[in-house]
Design a protein around this ligand. Sequence first.
Ligand SMILES: [Zn+2]
Length: 346
Amino acid sequence: MALHLRGTVLPHGTTRDLWILGDRITFDRPSAGTETVADGGFLLPGLVDVHTHPGSRSQEEARWDPEAFAEQIAAHRDAGTTALRFPGLLGEIPDELREAPDTPRMITAGRWLAWAGLSKSADFHTVTDDLVAAAVAEAGAHDGWCKLMGDWDFEADPVPYELLRAVTDAVHAAGGRVAAHCQSGQGVLNAARAGVDSIEHGMGMPEECVQMLAAHGAAYVPTLTAFARSASRIIDNPRGRLWHEGHRIMVRRVREAHDAGVTVLAGTDCAPFGDIATEVEHLIAAGLPADVAVGAASWAARDFLRLPGLVEGGLADVTVYDADPRLEPAVLRHPRRIVLRGRVVR
Ligand SMILES: [Zn+2]
């Protein structure tokens, strides 16, 4: 039996009927029997978190735990998040979980790859002296993405431009995409010039990077929620002041990037899982128009991840809200109906 939903379909805003046949959306009424699962409200192609790292009980002591991973992606799903990108995971997702009908769609990128030439790295990084080969291998072994540390300590030298350029060219030649963690001005500049596909965080992003990202069609994923939380803990000393200056700049660049035509996307980075609505609110506070901020956590993110949304033949993920999230973003915390992979999960 086909599922039937009627409501205001976003982002276009027309009120219409849609049906779900298997894992596909259609706007043509099927001849077989139908069951109405939503009548009225606002329909989104689900929420998307493009920067989350489930799989560990503790952020301080990161250790891969498939049970924690399952619980944390269930929290994302119950919040109406139907697609996730993981720019760095501690382990490999068990096949049975990956293919389970009630799990969000998942885009993996392998481990966090850190170049051995960086002065510091974290325990959870995979350190390599052949960043090009490692990046191509990770993208090939996962969902076309790899994750690089463009820098780590924001006061130390980042990965040199020439190396990032070689990595990006090699991954692109193999059909993959590159997500780069950057939290220093020079780190962002090197990654933006090198043509990476997404800048993660972007603390201290120099102004000229905005045009570079626009020219390369790269996305900007500021993960404002995580940085806003850290801001209250960073102490007032010379290093802390440098951190705060980088943070102020990254917040300012969100609106500037959007104005320049860069796709800004929503990612939470840290626990709690299933709280992309808070990131949408931070994006709005940073100056993004509310409809763009909602899209950053839904249709724009799906486009970027190549997951078709509420279009003919699109993938059968739909969330339904009582109010228009473009006018009342807080309603994103209260999905009335969640359809995932063609099945009602709420
Ligand atoms: Zn992260």
